[in-house]
Every structure is written in structure tokens, then in C-alpha cells.
Design a protein around this ligand. Structure first.
Ligand code: G3P
Ligand code: CA
Length: 275
């Protein structure tokens, strides 16, 4: 039975509308908002001089014309790089693919490094409610400081301490239970999402770390262990699935009654959901 009409599944743009525009750029997030995405997903890392920037990989090599670890570079170094051209050329790992980004904006700011502060400002100016799912990327070099900076920045936008977690515009996601624990300790009402790529015995039983209310399983887990999703739901947890790009996976998520679909193709998924 389809659950599509029983509750609205939130559509979350993974790294922005990252199929159409280079991931984690203003261009990708603007497109996601235009496409009607309910929420935006972004990964955050801390630069050497303490700025939170939206970059997925530990290094900038794949998604820019520069080289080096984000944690070893200052914001000014990153600001000098182009985070857009790789998409037009195809990433180094996909050199043989056709260029898939035909409509580059002329303004270099659209494809330069994106700070979390700029993304929060974009969301604040969106003209409608757009939620943010912020992923702390395996904090290592700056462990602890990532969460501290994140909460300070959220506080400046009035988003760090929602009165009702259900109404929060922001949630923090991580594969690191320790990172989520740091966030909850400092800001108990901010919702946290425990991301998992592979199933574990605890997850199979529908259990999450204490205090976490939202599960973030990969679509691979959903396909191979649908019962696990049912148990999580029965235990009262929300389930946010990543990264869901194929129609048959969207249909599976609908049938299982998941709460959010995280996708590189927000427009296509909204259409599949009849929105
Ligand atoms: O939304 C969760 C998902 O983004 C986790 O995987 O590697 O794309 O950050 P990754
Ligand atoms: Ca992510």
C-alpha cells in the first residue's frame, strides 16, 4: 500500500541540486530552492582559520581547481579557487562522461567556495521556509571545534535552540555519534540524525544512540533491510534516507513511509511524489 497521501515526505536537495549544478555551490542551492526542495543538505568542514565551509571531501582536489586538505587551507585560499568548472568538464574520476552542466552562471561567486554563513543567509532570504540538514564531516583535526563553531553560527541566525524540536528549521547529521552527542549536549532541542551506510545489529533492531530521534540510513540499507526501517518507525523514530535518485527507490521509500528523501534530483523526486 502506498503511504504517499498519509504524510508528506520531505524532499531534501543533497549538496544542492547537485545533478544539475556543481555540488555545494550557491548555484546548486539556488536551483534546489527554485526546484521546490523542502530542505537543503550540506557537509561542513572547518578551514585552518576557523571558518565553516560546505565541502564534502577532506581535500578540495575533486571539486575545485586547487589541491590540499580543507583543514590546512585558509578561507582566502579557498576563495581563490573555482568550485564550478569540474562539473562542466566532468570530475577527474569521470573524465569520460559527457559534460553535464551547460548553463554556467557568469558571476564567479555562484561557483566559489560556499561558507555555511552564506548558505544560512540564502535560506533566510528564500522567501519561504526551507530547512537545512547540516552534516558534520568526520571531525578529526578540528574535533569539537566544528560543533562549537556550528552552534555559534546557528545562534547568530536564531536557529540553535528551537523551542520545539519538531518545528526546528535545522538538524545536524553525522556518521559520528560523538559529534551528535556534542551537539545535543550544547543544544538539547536541536534535532540530530545518525547516518549509517551499512546495517548494524542495533540498527536492525530499530535502535539509535541515546538521544537521537532520526535515523539516516543509506538507500542500500533500505533496499536490503526494509524490516529495519519498519522497526525504526515503530520505535517512534523518523527515517531520512540518502541518496535516493532512482524512481524505484523513491517508490520503495514511499511504501515504507520514510519521512525524508535526500536526493541529487529534487525536481524529479518532487514530480514522482506528485508535487
Ligand atoms: O545525507 C547524507 C549523505 O550525504 C551522507 O553521505 O558521503 O554524501 O556525505 P555523503
Ligand atoms: Ca553529506
Amino acid at each position: 500500500m502506498s503511504h504517499a497521501r498519509e504524510h508528506t515526505i520531505q524532499v531534501v536537495a543533497h549538496r544542492g541540486a547537485s545533478e544539475d549544478a556543481p555540488e555545494h555551490t550557491l548555484a546548486a542551492y539556488r536551483k534546489a530552492i527554485e526546484d521546490g526542495a523542502d530542505a537543503l543538505e550540506c557537509d561542513v568542514r572547518l578551514t585552518a582559520d576557523g571558518h565553516l565551509v560546505c565541502v564534502h571531501d577532506r581535500r578540495v582536489d575533486r571539486t575545485s581547481n586547487g589541491r590540499g586538505a580543507v583543514s590546512a587551507l585558509e578561507l582566502a585560499d579557498l576563495a581563490a579557487l573555482d568550485f564550478g568548472s569540474w562539473k562542466h568538464r566532468g570530475s577527474p574520476r569521470h573524465r569520460d562522461e559527457e559534460p553535464d552542466w551547460e548553463h554556467r552562471p557568469e558571476d564567479p561567486a555562484e561557483t566559489s567556495v560556499l561558507t555555511l554563513e552564506r548558505l544560512l543567509a540564502l535560506v533566510a532570504d528564500a522567501g519561504r521556509r526551507v530547512e537545512l540538514a547540516i552534516e558534520t564531516k568526520h571531525p578529526t583535526r578540528w574535533a569539537g571545534q566544528v560543533e562549537e563553531r556550528l552552534l555559534l553560527l546557528l545562534k547568530r541566525f536564531g536557529l540553535d535552540a528551537p523551542a520545539d524540536p519538531e518545528e526546528s528549521q535545522v538538524r545536524v547529521m553525522s556518521f559520528s555519534a560523538r559529534s551528535l552527542h556534542r551537539v545535543r549536549t550544547a543544544s538539547p532541542t536541536l534535532p540530530t540524525v545518525y547516518l549509517r551506510q551499512f546495517v548494524s545489529p542495533r540498527l536492525r533492531d530499530g535502535k539509535l544512540p541515546a538521544g537521537v530521534r532520526i535515523a539516516g540510513p543509506s538507500i542500500r540499507i533500505v533496499r536490503s533491510h526494509p524490516l529495519c526501517i519498519e522497526r525504526l518507525k515503530r520505535a517512534g523514530h523518523q527515517v531520512h534516507v540518502w541518496t535516493v535518485n532512482e524512481p524505484e527507490d523513491v517508490a520503495l521509500c514511499v511504501d515504507l513511509g520514510v519521512d525524508a528523501i535526500i536526493t541529487n534530483r529534487p525536481r524529479a523526486v518532487l514530480e514522482l511524489l506528485g508535487r
